[in-house]
Ligand binder design. Structure first.
Ligand code: FAD
Length: 428
């Protein structure tokens, strides 16, 4: 915590027997020790914490030693696909192609699990996320779609431990890594978890992003919010806030991305795992013009474990999902900007941190030997992140009409993508 390596996964809160709590969820969202831990508690929590250490090679060996493929950007896998759920309600309700929701619904209806650890927006405070155990199709549909503000799924470890039945678990990479660490030591809190799924993970934002969204519409009070969606409507969807007074505010997903540099959780920039490398199955957006033009919702799906592969095949045979195999090169191309940000960018940022005397997470591997142009690009990116996070920058952003901000951001993003095309794809 003191080294700022906390990824807010919630594991310490879940294992802390009430002695560690999140006290400022609307602020920095740090866990806080409120009464002394025993040595034994502290030892288990530190061991399970994925923020300071998670050895990729060790867990790859443990989980996927017989996987036919390993790729340094995507991790181990059985097969790569583009796909979607065939149930139109599931697909249109989801973040991308609805694959993650479809998996959970299938397992639940088959009786292979009795609950799914998922994430919804809180009913009392709809600007905060809330992990819970879904036990019906309706609850799974309610928890679908990506939530781009901080989530701390593992804080419900006590509920997971008490649950009577088998569970599927959905989480971001840091959350999944902590669950895997607990599984490796056969911790009783995770013995019910039979399947682990997860979305790809670029970054997540503080609640200040919601305040900013409101401010751009001359609204102030979080308490006036009735509901928030981050991927509402047809893929890729819109960020949408519904107010108690009936007012509705929306912004296309790519335009809402302008909030990222102003409100990003800094720890997202220390994560090297874009594709959720330690799940049974992970899913991301199928970012390619051929799919984006069609709308409707397409996912990139990575089957990592044998049981994940088998599950997808069973669902395919029962016409519950559609999958097209894709080649590794196509998959890499689809998220080349993400791999560059996570795999190259993070290791360069960690070098900068080391030079400044700051601590870094220990991932048990390193990627190095980047070109001078990539270092220069990183200096520029980091400078912009620092600049945009200042109060004056946020103030200005909040007072420019949101549509204009969205257009500026989208145009700048396209220009940036073009200008950095070769630097980012170098040796991918
Ligand atoms: C914070 C975040 C960042 C992402 N960044 C990228 C990216 O850079 N590139 C990319 O291709 N894809 C990214 N994704 C993944 C993408 O948005 C979709 O989630 C993914 O394609 C799966 O789509 P789906 O339709 O199968 O999922 P759905 O059927 O909509 O199911 C989503 C599942 O994920 C769970 N979930 C949603 N948000 C969170 C959260 N914050 N924490 C824990 N669990 C959550 C839900 O409870 C649900 O079970 C990101 C997702 C999130 C949440």
């Amino acid at each position: 915590m003191r080294s700022n390596l906390c990824n807010r996964c919630g594991t310490c809160v879940g294992l802390g027997n009430g002695k560690i709590l999140f006290q400022d969820r609307e602020g920095k969202y740090y866990p806080k020790i409120i009464s002394p831990l025993t040595k034994e508690e502290a030892k288990i929590i530190l061991n399970a914490c994925s923020g300071h250490e998670f050895h990729f090679p060790e867990f790859n060996q443990w989980l996927f030693s017989s996987a036919p493929h390993y790729n340094r950007w995507m991790g181990s896998y059985e097969n790569l696909y583009i796909g979607h759920a065939n149930d139109e309600i599931v697909r249109s309700n989801a973040g991308s192609g609805g694959i993650l929701s479809a998996l959970l619904i299938y397992l639940l209806e088959k009786g292979e699990i009795q609950g799914a650890v998922s994430l919804k927006m809180s009913t009392d405070k709809p600007w905060l996320t809330e992990p819970f155990i879904a036990t019906s199709k309706e609850e799974i549909l309610e928890s679908a779609q990506s939530k781009y503000i901080i989530s701390s799924v593992n804080e419900i470890l006590p509920q997971i431990a008490r649950f009577d039945g088998k569970l599927a678990y959905v989480g971001l990479p840091g959350q999944v890594q902590a669950i895997r660490k607990l599984q490796k030591i056969q911790h009783p809190a995770v013995r019910n978890i039979s399947y682990i799924f997860g979305p790809f993970y670029g970054n997540t934002l503080h609640v200040s992003s919601i305040r900013s969204f409101l401010a751009a519409h001359k609204e102030k009070d979080l308490n006036s919010i009735k509901k928030i969606y981050f991927r509402y409507g047809e893929w890729p969807g819109r960020m949408r806030i519904e107010m108690k007074n009936g007012r509705i505010m929306e912004l296309p997903k790519f335009h809402a991305n302008y909030l990222i540099p102003f409100h990003i959780l800094k720890n997202s920039l220390l994560c090297t795992d874009l594709t959720n490398e330690f799940t049974d199955i992970s899913g991301g957006d199928a970012w390619a013009p051929v799919y984006e033009e069609r709308g409707k919702g397409f996912s990139m799906v990575i089957a990592r474990s044998k049981q994940g592969q088998q599950l997808l095949e069973n669902m395919l045979n029962q016409h519950l999902i559609t999958l097209w195999p894709i080649a590794e090169e196509e998959a890499i191309k689809m998220h080349s900007h993400g791999y560059d940000l996570k795999k190259r960018g993070t290791f360069i940022r960690m070098r900068f941190r080391k030079l400044l005397g700051l601590k870094n997470p220990d991932y048990g591997y390193k990627i190095s030997e980047f070109s001078a142009s990539r270092y220069l690009m990183e200096i520029l990116i980091d400078f912009l992140f620092l600049l945009f996070r200042t109060r004056p920058a946020r103030y200005i952003a909040d007072h420019i009409p949101q549509k204009t901000m969205g257009h500026i951001f989208e145009t700048a993003r396209k220009y940036w993508k073009k200008a950095t095309y070769s630097t980012k794809r170098e040796k991918l």
